[in-house]
Every structure is written in C-alpha cells, then in structure tokens.
Design a protein around this ligand. Sequence first.
Ligand SMILES: Nc1ncnc2c1ncn2[C@@H]1O[C@H](COP(=O)(O)OP(=O)(O)OP(=O)(O)O)[C@@H](O)[C@H]1O
Ligand SMILES: CC(C)(CO)[C@@H](O)C(=O)[O-]
Ligand code: BAL
Length: 279
Amino acid sequence: MQRIERISDLREAVKILREGGKQVGLVPTMGALHEGHLSLVNTAKSNCDIVLVSTFVNPTQFNDPHDYETYPRTPKEDAELLRSAGVDILFAPSEEEVYPEPDTRQFDLGNVGAVMEGPRRPGHFNGVCQIVSKLFDFVEPDLAFFGEKDFQQIAVIRRMLEITGQNVKIFPCPIVREADGLAKSSRNLLLKPEWRAIAPTIHKVMIESLTWKGILSPQATRNKVIEMLNATEYLRVEYYDIVDGRTLKSISTWAESKEPVGCITVYCGDIRLIDNIHY
Ligand SMILES: Nc1ncnc2c1ncn2[C@@H]1O[C@H](COP(=O)(O)OP(=O)(O)OP(=O)(O)O)[C@@H](O)[C@H]1O
Ligand SMILES: CC(C)(CO)[C@@H](O)C(=O)[O-]
Ligand code: BAL
C-alpha cells in the first residue's frame, strides 16, 4: 500500500496503477476506521481492480467547531487496517493541500439538500460536495463507495454529479451494525458507557415500527417512534422523517413510494447519532 499526502503524487500513482484500463474504486472516509468502512473497502475490492481510500477530516462540512475538534482521529491504526485489508493507496492529505485557498463553490442541491440534515447542519452538505467533487477530480474513479448509514448523503452526491457532470458510478453499501443493532459509527467512540448501553434502542424501536406499517400511516408511525425514543433515558430525537428513498420527500401514504425510508437523528447523551431503515 502506498500512503500519499500530495495531490500531484496521487495523480501520478493512479495514472500508473490504472494502466491497461483497470477499474479504479474510491472509498472516501474521514478516518477513525471501523468495520463499516471495511465493508465498503471489501465491496470496492470485489468490484474494482484498484482501491483507494481517503481519510481526510474535511473542515468545510463541520457546522459545529466543537464537533470538528473532537472528531476521533486514529491515523496510525487507520493505515495499519487499510494495509492489511489490501488497499492500493491511502490518501491522507493535509488541509493546506486540499484547500490551498478557500473553496467558495455553492452547490444548488434542491430538495435533497433542504430536508432532514440540511437545515440542521447548515453548510454541511455543501462542504461534503466540495470535498467529494475535489476527490473525484484528483482520482477520477470509475466507482465510488458510500455507506447507506449516511442515506441522505448518497442522494446529495448523486445531485452533485448532475451539477458537476463528473462521470462516477455511485455504489451504495448496506449499514453495518454492532451485535446489539447500533449502527457502527466513528462517533460511537464518544459515547459514555451509560449512553452506549441505551443507544441500541434506536434501531430496536425502528425495527419494531416495521410491524406498524399495515396499521398506521407514515405520519402516525413517525410520531410513535419519536414518542417511544423520547421516553427513553438519555435519548432525544431531533427528527424522524419517513421519505421516498430517491426524492427524499416526506410521504403521507405508504402507496406513495416504492422505497419508503425512515431517517432519524437522535442525541444519545450529547452525541448526535444517525440511522435509517427501509420500510
Ligand atoms: N456502519 C456503517 N455501515 C456502512 N457504511 C458506513 C458505516 N459507518 C460509516 N459508513 C460509511 O463510511 C463512509 C465514511 O464515513 P465516516 O468516515 O463519516 O464514518 P462514520 O462512522 O460515518 O463517522 P460519523 O458518522 O461518526 O461521522 C461513509 O460513506 C459512511 O456512510
Ligand atoms: C463522504 C465524506 C468522506 C466526505 O468528507 C464524509 O462525509 C463521510 O465520511 O461520510
Ligand atoms: N458520515 C458523515 C460525516 C459527518 O457527519 O460529517
């Protein structure tokens, strides 16, 4: 595995590795790697000849400076993990390398950027589009792998590609969970033991809500999920929306969508966790 920090070195290394028409796969991450990331890497390895992973904690997507400062960083462990996973290139640039000058681009994301995480994390998805479009420009991957844990992010990146005209195939990967159902996340490392013990309730209640589909409307299902979770110590729901998986528009009847998805953000103690489920 090559560990690369400079964009020029990255372009050169990718050019050599892709010779002969090899398929290049990119897995963008912010490091602090866990099995969720590894499943993306393994899916990339099964579908591509060359696999690149980036581990850049992108400052422009953090609307909260405290969140940026406390975001877990484990560069040594990340490199070891990726090496043993058989990754070809680890791209770990500095902030100055990626943003030699401020990126002032504003992406017009429409509805997929205006709902759920959009208004709650102002500027977040614009920052995600800035970094992901840069990474696509540096690497020119054939495929890029994203986890469905960040369900809205996938719709945002698809919209970004319409705007930039970049030709990258997006490959969504299923959510990897802990044995108790909690979606794996780098931010789980920040949970105090008593919060961690309660956190699986989020997925448990969402799973239970699948059985209400025949009886309750999407709106009533949503309200009941929120009520049950808010009644649990340490949990406070920020939002729970049941939307169409492609448009991310809220649905009022189940028949309205072929792919209804419930997307949630919950504070567990003072850590903000996201999750989702397909109905
Ligand atoms: N549990 C998971 N299952 C599948 N994919 C995941 C999982 N966790 C993260 N990913 C995916 O890995 C990629 C990088 O995510 P990121 O580095 O932000 O990690 P994270 O664990 O989601 O961190 P956090 O949510 O705390 O920011 C994203 O595409 C994300 O959706
Ligand atoms: C896609 C991403 C790596 C961009 O910084 C980030 O938003 C993430 O980890 O999901
Ligand atoms: N996985 C999404 C990155 C973030 O929360 O900023």
